[in-house]
Design a protein around this ligand. Structure first.
Ligand SMILES: Cc1cc2nc3c(=O)[nH]c(=O)nc-3n(C[C@H](O)[C@H](O)[C@H](O)COP(=O)(O)OP(=O)(O)OC[C@H]3O[C@@H](n4cnc5c(N)ncnc54)[C@H](O)[C@@H]3O)c2cc1C
Length: 407
């Protein structure tokens, strides 16, 4: 059922070769260039070199489902490729122009952008010339319920005027970030899910200020997670994506594929952590025996294999359903994998850290940084609890269609 197509297998072989020949050897170069720059948001030359090489090999925009913009792979075909990229998450997604949040933003601009948006923003994004950010979450309100979003978008003649404060706007500190897709309220008196709209806002528009980068467990990620203020930011009415009140509809369209890409990469990270755990357990000796001979360590290795394979199969099932019956019908599986994949990967990375001893929490190995990144995936794109709430509601209504509906 989940057998790879001929072309997906070709891409997989090409990507594996690219990882071995270029990405893994570049990891140390990347670390050295970042350390030398002393700026956490520096764009190291090695990343641009990798982009050139990936493009030359045809490993570019692999995520894009529409054939006019990329190879037009299905979600099921893309899944194993994203998993491979997840093994080197700082480098491989950006090298192949498959990074979040650009992938979701490119999808939105493809589906809902005007020809002008597509020329000004989508084309350079697809070319890897610029990057983008998605600004929905706000510090002042519980943003996992997006109906709480407060940023105001008020119509004024031919313009909209934006006022508000966002945070966790990932990528806004990337040196190439030029554009934000912003969610805000155009009509607070409209029905609850028609109050919000999305607009395309240049990051250098007067009144947009990137206030600071938020650290994650002390790490300042290169792309940055920014707190951004909007003070009387004036954009033309043509900045609107789709129509007024369509913000919720767009966010649903955007988050389905984005969520599953994160999960695929998380499975790849878990695989790499398992490899590291095994190598370390085989190479260290305590009390006369390799650590790998201990029953509890073998239990962790076996449990990790079982859990990773379960997470991968659920991810592939979600991808298959998205391709065959659509994102809406696949919503239970999309929500389920968004909970399962980061949790499985976290468990595997945690075991790998333990097997490494002190080295596991240092930055001589990628495990500590993997852990920090994966932990955020239990929050980003919706916390576990919100996805579980949705799954439970759909399950309850499967038995009683009226369950929880207001009469
Ligand atoms: C590294 C990182 C990157 C991010 N990138 C982006 C980005 O690019 N753009 C963007 O807009 N946002 C981004 N986010 C923000 C992320 O999407 C939000 O943090 C998330 O949606 C939760 O919103 P909140 O932080 O306001 O938490 P709140 O809404 O305040 O929720 C807090 C907690 O309450 C609990 N909770 C909430 N609802 C329920 C419920 N129904 N039942 C039980 N418990 C519940 C959950 O445990 C939840 O974690 C990012 C976050 C992180 C950490």
């Amino acid at each position: 059922m989940f057998e790879l197509s001929e072309r997906a297998r070709r891409y997989q072989d090409d990507l594996l070769a690219f990882m071995d020949e270029h990405i893994y050897p570049a990891e140390a170069v990347y670390e050295a260039q970042m350390a030398e720059a002393g700026d956490p948001h520096f764009q190291p030359p090695i990343v641009e070199e990798l982009k050139t090489e990936a493009r030359k090999r045809g490993l570019w925009n692999l995520f894009h489902p529409h054939p006019q913009w990329g190879p037009g792979l299905t979600n099921l075909e893309y899944a194993p490729l994203a998993e491979i990229m997840g093994r080197s998450a700082h480098l491989a997604p950006e090298a192949t122009n498959c990074s979040a949040p650009d992938t979701g933003n490119m999808e939105v601009l493809t589906l809902f952008g005007t020809p002008e948006h597509q020329e000004q923003w989508l084309r350079p994004l697809l070319e890897g010339e610029i990057r983008s950010a998605f600004a929905m979450t706000e510090p002042a309100v519980a943003s996992s319920d997006a109906t709480n979003i407060q940023l105001r978008m008020e119509r004024d003649g031919d313009d909209y005027v934006l006022n508000g404060r966002k945070w966790w706007t990932s990528n806004a500190l990337h040196k190439n970030c030029k554009v934000l897709i912003v969610m805000g309220k155009t009509d607070p008196s409209a029905p609850t899910h028609r109050q919000q709209s999305m607009m395309v806002v240049p990051i250098d528009a007067p009144g947009v200020t990137v206030q600071r980068g938020l650290p994650v467990f002390g790490y300042q990620d290169r792309e940055g997670h920014a707190e951004v203020t909007f003070e009387n930011v004036r954009v033309p009415a043509t900045a609107l994506l789709a129509g007024e009140g369509d913000g919720f509809m767009i966010s649903q369209a955007r988050l389905g594929p984005g969520r599953i890409h994160h999960c695929m990469r998380a499975v790849g990270m878990a695989e790499r952590a398992l490899d590291l755990m095994i190598d370390r357990a085989q190479s260290r000796v305590t009390f006369g025996e390799p650590v790998a001979n201990r029953a509890n360590i073998q239990d962790w290795i076996a449990e990790s294999r079982i859990e990773i394979d379960m997470a991968r199969l659920l991810t592939l099932k979600a991808a298959y359903l998205m391709d065959t019956v659509g994102n809406k019908a696949a919503r239970t599986e999309i929500a389920a994998i968004k909970v399962a994949a980061p949790n499985v990967a976290l468990k595997v990375v945690d075991r790998a850290i333990q097997v490494h001893g002190g080295a596991g929490v240092s930055d001589d190995f990628p495990l500590a940084s993997m852990y920090a990144h994966l932990r955020t995936l239990r929050l980003a794109d919706g916390p576990d609890e919100v996805h579980k709430r949705s799954i439970a509601q759909w399950e309850l209504r499967r038995r009683d269609p009226q369950w929880g509906r207001k009469s």
